[in-house]
Design a protein around this ligand. Sequence first.
Ligand code: ADP
Length: 421
Amino acid sequence: MRLGCIADDLTGASDLALMLAREGLRTIQTIGVPREGLDLSAADAVVVALKSRTIPPQQAIEQSLAAATALRKAGASHVFFKYCSTFDSTDEGNIGPVTEALLAFTGSDFTLACPAFPANGRTIYKGHLFVNGVPLHESSMKDHPLTPMRDSNLVRVLQRQMELSVGLVPYEDVDAGPDALRSAFARERAAGHRVVIVDAVSDTHLRSIGMAAADFPLITGGSGVAMGLPAAYRQDAASAAAPRGASFDAPDGRPIILAGSCSSATQGQVKAAIDAGVPALRLDPMQLSSKDVTAQTALDWLAAQQTNGPVLIYSTSTPDDVQAVQGKLGRMNAGEIVEKTLADIARALPALGFTRIIVAGGETSGAVVNALDVKALTIGPEIDPGVPWTRSLGGVDLALALKSGNFGAPDFFLKAWTMLR
Ligand code: ADP
């Protein structure tokens, strides 16, 4: 195995696994640190999905190091730390603290940080992150329930999270190609920086970065920056491309969507599904908190649905509603109440015949997949940029699409099913 990856949430892990598979690496995704005995020998890359984005920094460090240790044991020669393309984090972390810990683990003194993903509208120019052309702090990320992003300057954002010095490799160096980039990395390292934010506004830039950084023991970034790595690695090792196709074998069973994301893309997808007549149940955090509504309420509702088509259970709300709820319940508590309820619902789904499941939301996906006790996933075709169909490996047989809240077209919840055989 060449590349051992650690992702700070589950949907981000799928996004990265998809990118690597599409670029020709045989890729397996594990949920949490891989169990002893899980056969990873057929993989060129393994992506470990953690749920470490918003936990206390020390725990994020411990989990990331445990993952790195397991990956190294399984043969990984390079480590990739994957976070969200909107750099989701708080001033406490966890991108900075985990990067520092992984630098020490890999025995290296320099790495890059690049969340750019132009195919999904995430670009970096002069260190500033843009979301569909809007500075991060003006995008809907400013209202994220757990990691509101209020500063677009990633050098500043990351420096607030770390002791080591953060520098910048600007557009001009990236645009000049891999050799210029290597020189820029050397220049920034000599200037005393230990991590550099790297500009990127196109896939060409990402491929250059992959080429220039392929030898780094540690690379950090979004899935975009992994785009160029397989080609760079292939120069000295042949890899068989993962089979790709427009359709995917899935277990027989009923389809369901669980949406715990409040991101604007998910809001549009929930609305499109409801407008299209998908039976839908909204979970209100206040009613969950008072126990007027429980997971059992939702399961009773599910049992009463006669359709074989998709059904939707969602907590998705507008930023104003989320703020009002958080004012009453607290930010983390509100999130946990919703996540726990969706997890409790998920746990009962296989017994009710639901085996084809879309989950919207990174944290939400982590909670749902843990509840379903899924340990590893194979990667199938891409539904929309960054979101593949996956199938569980071992345990209950499920087709799962784990969607980062802000990913996917408005008709995602409607069209994804057509790819399943
Ligand atoms: P995304 O991928 O969009 O960031 P996540 O699932 O990672 O979505 O995060 C959304 C968080 O918001 C979760 O912790 C979820 O439980 C919480 N949440 C969901 N619905 C609500 C709501 N109506 N009010 C407050 N918090 C909510």
